[in-house]
Write a protein that binds this ligand. Structure first.
Ligand code: SF4
Length: 476
């Protein structure tokens, strides 16, 4: 936690990063608001329909997996199953060894980030070349994505111009068109020479045995058609039953993500090149991976997180993410959805501290296109983090060393807040202790962290009497 606090402190002091992220988030928020108001008569009705479609797939997941395997195989794809992230990487590594391939092309994919593919291959002396502009910027700068949709949003065009000049030997530019041209020229040669392309999948349609990929740059289309072999890495929660289910959910995705009505490219892939076709991969593999998703599915408090379509709207609207940026979470998935799934995919003991990076304002749940109750899940994860979650604790929660002070604080607060008599007395007399709060507040543990960044509240008058006067509140 100490290192994590330090990391957040460093990011908070990075004014340029904060400005870049904040500007970008506000643009994305406005784009979404304008589009939803202008183009959708029944946005909430569509959200409910998408929620139903995703739930249907989750509640019948075993059948969906088997159906997908049968139909995708019929279409000529080779379906692989991986339980862990290492298993998924190993399947790709073995394919590369079998075909004597040293480098692969990659489309932007959070699934491959989650399984740590680039590092895995690097440790084996192999390489993955990022072809998405944002991911290319990160690869050149040796950084992790800061956001699940716009991975290099923390960098402005001047910083990118300098990076291209330094790493690609290009002339120093800062106009978006010129920067794009540099990246395009650099990537063009790669597309022509590599034999294996790796992608994620936005949806895997079980009835059709097909995958659906959305993107804006066309690099995904190149990665999945130019090389002889295409490998798609897909978490099992990406399964939906029908094209109609995928289309409903897809209609919500880019409006929520970037405020675009539709993405520049919708790629629907039904298998490798067929007899007589002139292009497309000759071989196609799909890796369906679990990595603890079935644990999440079995938990009544958290299974809804598997509906996530990775649109990033929850982070675009999060007031905490906006201030600290995605790197502060030190997790593959940042922001509100990251707070819910990162601890469960990678362990509460490793990522449990990020559940505190939330003001519980609820904006994330309001904007989530598939109605995931993120704020209440984050609250429940905080309960699990202090060992109050009961038997079915998320991954790694039992390995967590709980802060005694935190547990003590919660215990005392619970006994105060659940006893009406004690609560009223405390509220009625709180102002008598204001001098104590003001004089000791900046040195008491926990409170001093708060007081470093915020003014301590002034406890004046009789809080209980004041509360009673609030309109709409009924006191007995
Ligand atoms: S939780 Fe909802 S808002 Fe956040 S990325 Fe997933 S689908 Fe989008």
């Amino acid at each position: 936690m100490k290192n994590h606090s330090e990391l957040i402190r460093t990011k908070l002091s990075d004014k340029q990063m904060r400005e870049n992220v904040s500007n970008a988030m506000h643009t994305l928020q406005n784009n979404r608001k304008k589009l939803v108001d202008a183009k959708f008569n029944d946005w909430d009705g569509l959200r409910a329909k998408a929620k139903k479609a995703k739930n249907n797939a989750l509640f019948t997941l075993k059948d969906r997996i088997l159906e997908f395997e049968k139909n995708a195989t019929k279409n000529g794809m080779q379906v692989h199953f991986a339980n862990s992230k290492e298993d998924a990487c190993e399947i790709i590594y073995q394919l590369m060894i079998e075909k004597n391939i040293k480098k692969v092309l990659k489309q932007k994919s959070m699934a491959t980030e989650e399984i740590g593919l680039n590092h895995y291959l690097e440790n084996k002396g192999l390489k993955a070349v990022e072809t998405d502009l944002g991911e290319l910027i990160l690869q050149l700068g040796g950084e992790a994505p800061v956001h699940i949709v716009v991975p290099a949003i923390h960098k402005n065009r001047y910083e990118i111009g300098e990076l291209f000049a330094e790493k690609l030997g290009a002339s120093k530019e800062n106009e978006p068109e010129k920067l794009n041209a540099i990246a395009r020229k650099h990537l063009r040669n790669q597309f022509e020479s590599l034999e294996m392309g790796i992608s994620g999948a936005n949806f895997a349609i079980s009835k059709a045995g097909a995958i659906w990929l959305i993107e804006n740059e066309g690099n995904g289309r190149m990665c999945t058609t130019a090389p002889d072999i295409h490998v798609s890495v897909c978490g099992i929660e990406k399964l939906v039953e029908t094209f109609s289910d995928a289309a409903t959910t897809d209609t919500l995705l880019t409006p929520s993500a970037t405020g675009q009505f539709i993405p520049a490219y919708n790629n629907i892939i039904t298998g490798p090149r067929k007899e007589g076709e002139l292009d497309g991969p000759k071989e196609m593999h799909i890796i369906l991976f679990n990595n603890h998703r079935t644990n999440i599915l079995s938990h009544e408090d958290y299974y809804e997180a598997l509906r996530c379509i990775r649109c990033g709207a929850c982070m675009n609207f999060c007031p905490v993410y906006d201030k600290i940026g995605g790197h502060s979470y030190d997790a593959v998935y940042p922001g509100p959805i990251g707070e819910v799934i990162s601890p469960q995919l990678f362990g509460m003991d490793k990522h449990g501290d990020i559940v505190t990076l939330c003001s519980l304002c609820g904006r994330c749940s309001e904007v989530c296109p598939v109605c995931i109750p993120l704020d209440s899940m984050i609250r429940k994860l905080r309960r699990d983090k202090v060992g109050e979650g009961g038997d079915n604790a998320p991954l790694g929660a039992n390995e967590l060393e709980h802060s005694k002070l935190e547990s003590y604080g919660f215990e005392k607060f619970a006994s105060l807040a659940t006893s009406p008599k004690v609560w009223r007395t405390a509220m009625g007399n709180a102002s008598k202790f204001n001098w104590l709060l003001q004089s000791l507040g900046t040195s008491l543990p926990v409170l001093k962290n708060w007081a470093n960044y915020k003014k301590l509240p002034n406890l004046k008058g009789n809080l209980y009497d004041e509360l009673k006067t609030l309109e709409g509140v009924k006191y007995e």
